[in-house]
Write a protein that binds this ligand. Structure first.
Ligand code: GRG
Length: 297
C-alpha cells in the first residue's frame, strides 16, 4: 500500500496541476455576460476534491498517455460542478452550503444558478470538441461521446431522476444500486474510461479501467452515505444528515456503518485487482482506491 502521507501529497500535486490548467479555460468575467460567467466560475473554483479529473489523468498515465488532456479533465469537473449546482437547487435538495461556501443559488439567485449549470454543461462540450477538432484526433471525439452518454439520460441524469422518484419509498437494494451506478457511478467510471481511451489503450486496458471505475464509484457512494451520517458540516463543507431530511434511500438504511465499511473494503479489493491488467504504473490508482474508503470529506 502507498503510504497515506505520500499518497496525500501526490494527490495534492495532481489537484494543483488540474486546477492550474482549468483556469486556462475559464470564461472571462467581463462584458455583457459577466454575471453568468462569474456564477460559473464561482462554483467551479471554490473548491472540491477534483477526484474525477484526477482519476482521468491517472488512468491516462497508467496506459502510457503523455499529451495534453486538460480540456477533458476540465470538462469533467465542469459537468460534475453543474450537477452539484442543480442538485442544490430548491427543487432538488435545497441545500445552502457546498464546498464550504454558499450554494450557487444562495450566492447569486435561482435563475442564475440554473443558467450557470447549463453554461458549465454546454461549455464543457465546446471545450472538448474544440480540442478534438484542433488536434484532428478521433480518440478525443470518442472520449467526448463517452461523457455525453454518461452524464445524460444513459447515466447521471437518469440516476438523479430515479433517485428523486424513489424518495420516501421503500425500494429494493438492487434499485439503490442502479440509482448510484448511474447517478454517482457514471461520471466516475467515465473518468477512468476516458483516460484509457485518450491514452489509446488496448481493449483489455479500457475494460479494466472501466471496471475499476465502476467499483470505486460504488465505494464513493457508500462512503458518502456513511459520512452524511457520521461526519460534520465543517469537515464536509456541506450540510450533514441531508439524506434523512430529503427522505433519500441510502446504503446506511440497509447496512450498519461497520457493514458499509466491509462492503467498501471488498469492492476496493476488486477495483485494485482490475489494475493487474495494466502494464503501466498503477501505484497511485491503487492508493487512491484504498484511500477513498477512509476519506473524511
Ligand atoms: C442534477 C443532473 C443532476 C445530477 C445530480 C451528482 C449528483 C447528481 C448529485 C449529488 C448528490 C450527492 C451528494 C451524491 C453523492 C456523491 C457525490 C456526487 C458527491 C459529491 O461529489 P464530491 O464528493 O464533491 O466529489 P466535490 O465537492 O469534492 O467535488
Amino acid at each position: 500500500m502507498v503510504k497515506s502521507m505520500d499518497m496525500k501529497s501526490n494527490l495534492e500535486l495532481y489537484k494543483i496541476e488540474i486546477e492550474n490548467n482549468m483556469n486556462r479555460y475559464l470564461p472571462r468575467s467581463e462584458g455583457n455576460f459577466s454575471r453568468l460567467y462569474e456564477a460559473m466560475q464561482y462554483s467551479l473554483c471554490i473548491g472540491g476534491k477534483r477526484i474525477r479529473p484526477i482519476l482521468m489523468k491517472l488512468a491516462y498515465e497508467a496506459v502510457g498517455g503523455k499529451e495534453d488532456i486538460w480540456a477533458f479533465t476540465t470538462a469533467m469537473e465542469m459537468i460534475h460542478t453543474y450537477s452539484l449546482i442543480h442538485d442544490d437547487l430548491p427543487a432538488m435538495d435545497n441545500d445552502d452550503l457546498r464546498r464550504g461556501k454558499p450554494t450557487n443559488h444562495k450566492q447569486f439567485d435561482e435563475a442564475t444558478a440554473i443558467l450557470a449549470g447549463d453554461g458549465l454543461l454546454s461549455y464543457a462540450f465546446e471545450i472538448m470538441l474544440n480540442d478534438a477538432l484542433e488536434k484532428r484526433d478521433w480518440t478525443r471525439v470518442q472520449a467526448t461521446h463517452i461523457l455525453a452518454r454518461d452524464c445524460g439520460i444513459n447515466g447521471m441524469v437518469a440516476g438523479q431522476m430515479l433517485d428523486l422518484e424513489s424518495e420516501g419509498k421503500i425500494i429494493p437494494i438492487n434499485t439503490l444500486d442502479t440509482i448510484h451506478l448511474y447517478k454517482t457511478g457514471a461520471l466516475i467510471k467515465a473518468s477512468t474510461k476516458m483516460g484509457a481511451i485518450l491514452g489509446k489503450a488496448t481493449e483489455t486496458e479500457i475494460n479494466a479501467l472501466e471496471r475499476y471505475g465502476q467499483y470505486i464509484g460504488k465505494v464513493f457512494q457508500i462512503i458518502d452515505d456513511v459520512l452524511d451520517e457520521t461526519s460534520t458540516t465543517d469537515k464536509l463543507g456541506k450540510p450533514v444528515h441531508s439524506d434523512i431530511r430529503n427522505c433519500k434511500n441510502t446504503y446506511t438504511l440497509y447496512y450498519n456503518i461497520k457493514e458499509c465499511y466491509k462492503i467498501a473494503d471488498e469492492l476496493t479489493q476488486k477495483a485494485v485487482n482490475c489494475l493487474d491488467h495494466l502494464s503501466g504504473d498503477t501505484a497511485v490508482l491503487r492508493g487512491l482506491a484504498e484511500n477513498l474508503v477512509y476519506r473524511k470529506s
